[in-house]
Design a protein around this ligand. Sequence first.
Ligand SMILES: [Zn+2]
Ligand SMILES: [Zn+2]
Length: 364
Amino acid sequence: MRPEDILMPSPSGVCCKLGGFHIDPTRPVERAVITHAHSDHARAGHRAVLATQETLDLMRLRCGENFAGTTQAMAYGESVNLDGAKITLHPAGHVLGSAQVAVEANGLRVVASGDYKNVADPTCAPFELVRCDLFITEATFALPVFRHGDPDAEIAKLLHSLTLFPERAHLVGAYSLGKAQRVIALLRKAGYRAPIYLHGAMQNITNYYIGRGIALGELRPARGASKSNLAGTIMLCPPAALNDLWTRWFPDPLAAFASGWMRVRARARQQGVALPLVISDHADWNGLIATIAATGASEIWVTHGQEDALVHWCASRGLKARPLDIVGYGEEEDVADTAAGDGGNDDAAAPPLSDGNRDDDERP
Ligand SMILES: [Zn+2]
Ligand SMILES: [Zn+2]
């Protein structure tokens, strides 16, 4: 038996014939194992879904009650057997509930990482290294130019800007699931105690994080806050909302954006971001190659982003490597949770917290 007899690429995602399931399928299937709740990985419409409890709950929040026929929750480290294939979920360190999927059969182990980062994050369990024969890695930031650096130093830049411009509202663009909560937790860790304001599109997901025991301090909805109250505050919103009309409502707004893409200065400029914050929930180049080496895998499949450079690096190290051309990953749209938003009116009485903003900025 070879690793590719356990998992094989298919047009709808990686498939385990033996166990009769797909991992993060991009089309509806009978049985899906889902790594995490970002919309490019977690789609509605599968007959049966196996994932962590957090991923199932977040899918329910984002896609509605009937997002799957049946669901089965698995804790990290727990295993199930599906027709001779043993599945175990391990923390991926990407967002709350994110998991790597280990599949074992006939003494071979294959690990599909989903999205991952090997950097501490106060809002989710740390990445766990799993030794394996075949490792399927993401490649969102798989170019040597991507070095994410220290997230605490980026948060310090934001706090410094607040002291320089104490009258300006600091609008921080951040993905609704994972990044927003991480930025808040990092601000608290840095000692920032003031209330933080939230765009309506991120309220439900953030409340879910709080319900799972993640301390985020005092949060307030931006809706209903008076303009004078917002001077000198931090306000989080989906990145696409940074350029919306509603930002005009804020006192002298200063746009920040927390993303690994902010390493590319031209991109920050092009998006009108005055304060780029390089904070990513994906491994950077060094994180990717260190992880690949540490898994001990002799074969690497690369998906989801800048495959070529990573495939080349693997080959130069004597590893068997190939890109997986699965269409549909890396388009992490920042879908608002179902109860948010008021349709985007632009009256002066309250900021219009439109939830219709597609956030497709996870693309290169
Ligand atoms: Zn993701
Ligand atoms: Zn992704």
